[in-house]
Design a protein around this ligand. Structure first.
Ligand SMILES: [Zn+2]
Length: 640
């Protein structure tokens, strides 16, 4: 059979309505079912752990009481940050996506009561924001630099879109649309020229355009993109770069300012390109992509190195210990790369989604799904102080600024939507996971794999597939082999994919074999903070050493490894996953008391030579650090 390219009947997140501008097209929200393994386990943990936990925390944190203040059902001060409504909306979005794939009956009392509360809290003119309505109604929509009003509306609209797409429920979307109408009257063409200090509304408006077919929303999204970078937000201590308001989007060359804002904006611009085909905006996005992924990204997929302003640093400014790398930035980067993947069809975007997913995003959640990191350093010293949002020594159940946990919940509830795409006559497999995939033209593909722990991926078609099958060949995979119906298969390499043509010999069973030998990774020499260090990875999973695995008396601060260490498998831990053994580690000696000293020796490490005999160093997946006893952790291992 041949697939036929259509806009999916019941799409998941991101559903371009103008297929001509995209290279690849999403499958429907119910087309892919994760059936086992890492991603399915994560989705189950999210459903059973994270989402009910988030619902409870919205009550405990006061985020729901903030909304009840509007209706008079709660008296007291507003609590949390003034954008706390967005935590409620993101949780509703997560349950919305879940409703399309699992029974959410136990969560429906929260959903029904919250949608009812929002409907009653909304002003007659459509306005809805729990901080401004009660505390500063006279300033509504007048302080967009900091108010986050359109940011919150964006999340409300995305929640509405999720419910509309997954089960056709429209009431939440209608609440959002009433507020959007007010915003369009105020800030649409002929209205006030202004943008929100925190991008998010742009991507939401394009999704609403897709859902309603009403061009007004696309025009408003494009207007917000074109108005950005003209200094409309005014001067304050943060400077216009913080809000990406220093330079028009079309002229951008460098990722700057608050990382989450920069990446949400990029996702919104990509959505506008998907509907308009605007080549100038796409070129700007490509330049921004290079800035982020070739000069400003941690090896984990973490983004935004500076704690100050939660911002991107300069090129190569990537200290592992002072890495801010907010969880939301890694999630935003996945959202942006998915949109770039649909636009361009290039596997490097799926590579970046995978890097984030198995490292910077996965690390943020504890086993069990009910504790989280906000910042995601790559190095904690053995005496690391702190435990708060900025410098975690352990994961927290919630945060005063709780943007990250519900962002995780909505991403993971829709994780299966990012596995595969379709073209006129093709199927592309981007993320490898046990799954069944309902093909647009009929028939089913079944994927079997133990990825990321094993590199073999088997795809079986229940009806012979006559289209073009594209299997992502990850950038880290130096070689990859394909077999077709048990024989060596012919596959062409194209844009990061291995392409197998089923038009002459229809495909029944295809297997991809990716190399899973542990790899030693070296940093660009301009990343001064980790010069002379190596990192260990196996497939897409980056590794770290943790104090819990070190011999008695040895601190993670003092371990050194050979410049080209031998690394081998050390067995699977049921909680931590595949462990590795790094041979030849030693303990750095010479614990002198002087912090600095003059040295006549040309050797910078004189006096600190390794003093112990060599031992085998256990490394565990970085995304599982901190699930045991507290202690030091590091991804980059010094070689001297
Ligand atoms: Zn966050």
């Amino acid at each position: 059979m041949t697939t036929t390219m259509t806009t999916a009947a019941n799409p998941g997140p991101v559903a371009p309505s103008t297929p001509a501008h995209s290279t690849l097209h999403p499958l429907g929200h119910d087309a892919v079912t994760l059936t086992g393994g890492f991603l399915a386990d994560w989705q189950r943990t999210n459903r059973e752990g994270t989402i009910p936990h988030a619902v409870a925390q919205l009550e405990a944190s006061g985020a729901l009481d903030n909304l009840r203040r509007i209706t008079g059902e709660h008296e007291g001060e507003f609590v949390g940050f003034w954008f706390a409504d967005s935590d409620v909306y993101k949780t509703l979005e997560a349950i919305g996506w879940e409703a399309g794939r699992s029974d959410v009956g136990d969560l429906m009392p929260f959903v029904e009561s919250t949608i009812d509360l929002l409907a009653r809290a909304q002003d007659d003119d459509g306005y809805l924001n729990s901080h401004f309505q009660v505390d500063r109604p006279e300033r509504e929509l007048l302080e967009l630099r900091w108010s986050h009003e359109l940011y919150c509306l964006g999340h409300l609209l995305q929640a509405g879109v999720a419910w509309s797409r997954s089960i056709g429920r429209l009431d939440l979307l209608q609440i959002g649309l009433r507020f959007a109408e007010l915003v369009e009257q105020r800030f649409g063409e002929g209205g006030v020229d202004m943008v929100d200090g925190h991008p998010e509304i742009e991507t939401a408006l394009v999704e609403v355009f897709r859902e309603t077919d009403d061009e007004r929303w696309l025009r408003l999204a494009r207007r917000f993109v074109d108005l950005r970078g003209r200094g409309l937000l005014g001067e304050d201590a943060m400077g216009p770069q913080y809000y990406q308001d220093h330079q028009p989007v079309r002229e951008v060359r460098d990722a700057t300012g608050h990382a989450v804002r920069q990446l949400y904006l990029a996702a919104g611009v990509a959505d506008v390109v998907a509907e308009t085909g605007d080549p100038e905006l796409l070129e700007a996005l490509e330049r921004l992509w290079s800035s982020v992924h070739e000069r400003k990204q941690y090896v984990t997929g973490g983004l935004g190195s500076r704690h100050r302003d939660e911002a991107f640093g300069d090129a190569y400014e990537l200290p592992p210990d002072r890495a801010y790398a907010e969880t939301c930035a890694a999630i935003a980067n996945l959202h942006w790369n998915w949109r770039m993947l649909l636009l361009t069809g290039h596997g490097r975007h799926a590579d970046e989604m995978e890097r984030g997913l198995y490292n910077a995003i996965a690390v943020s959640t504890a086993v069990g799904g009910c504790a989280f990191t906000y910042a995601n350093p790559l190095h904690l010293r053995s005496d690391a102080a702190g435990g708060g949002e900025n410098a975690p020594t352990r994961r927290q159940p919630w945060f005063r600024c709780a943007c990250c946990p519900p962002n995780l919940a909505r991403l993971v509830a829709s994780l299966h939507d990012y596995v595969a795409t379709t073209t006129d006559d093709g199927l592309q497999l981007h993320l490898f996971a046990d799954a069944t995939i309902a093909l647009p033209g009929g028939g089913t593909a079944t994927v079997r794999t133990d990825y990321p722990w094993d590199g073999r991926v088997e795809i079986a078609f229940d009806e012979p597939f006559t289209g073009e099958l594209q299997l992502r060949r990850p950038g880290w995979a130096r070689d990859a082999a394909v077999t077709v119906d048990g024989r060596d298969g012919r596959a062409d390499a194209r844009d990061g994919y291995l392409v197998i043509d089923g038009s002459e010999h229809p495909l029944s069973r295809v297997a991809l074999e990716l190399p899973m030998e542990p790899e030693v990774i070296r940093p660009h020499p301009r990343i001064d903070a980790v010069r002379g260090c190596v990192a260990i990875a196996r497939g897409p999973v980056l590794y770290a050493i943790e104090q819990a695995d070190l011999p008695d008396g040895v601190l993670s601060d003092d371990v050194v490894v050979p410049e080209a260490p031998e690394v081998r498998l050390a067995g699977v831990d049921p909680v931590l996953g595949q462990r590795l053994l790094v041979a030849g580690a030693r303990v750095r000696g010479g614990h002198r008391h002087e912090l600095y000293r003059s040295s006549p020796s040309a050797r910078s490490d004189a006096g600190y030579a390794p003093s112990s005999s060599a031992f085998g160093l256990i490394a565990v997946p970085y995304h599982r650090w901190g699930n045991r006893a507290q202690g030091g952790m590091r991804v980059w291992l010094p070689t001297r």
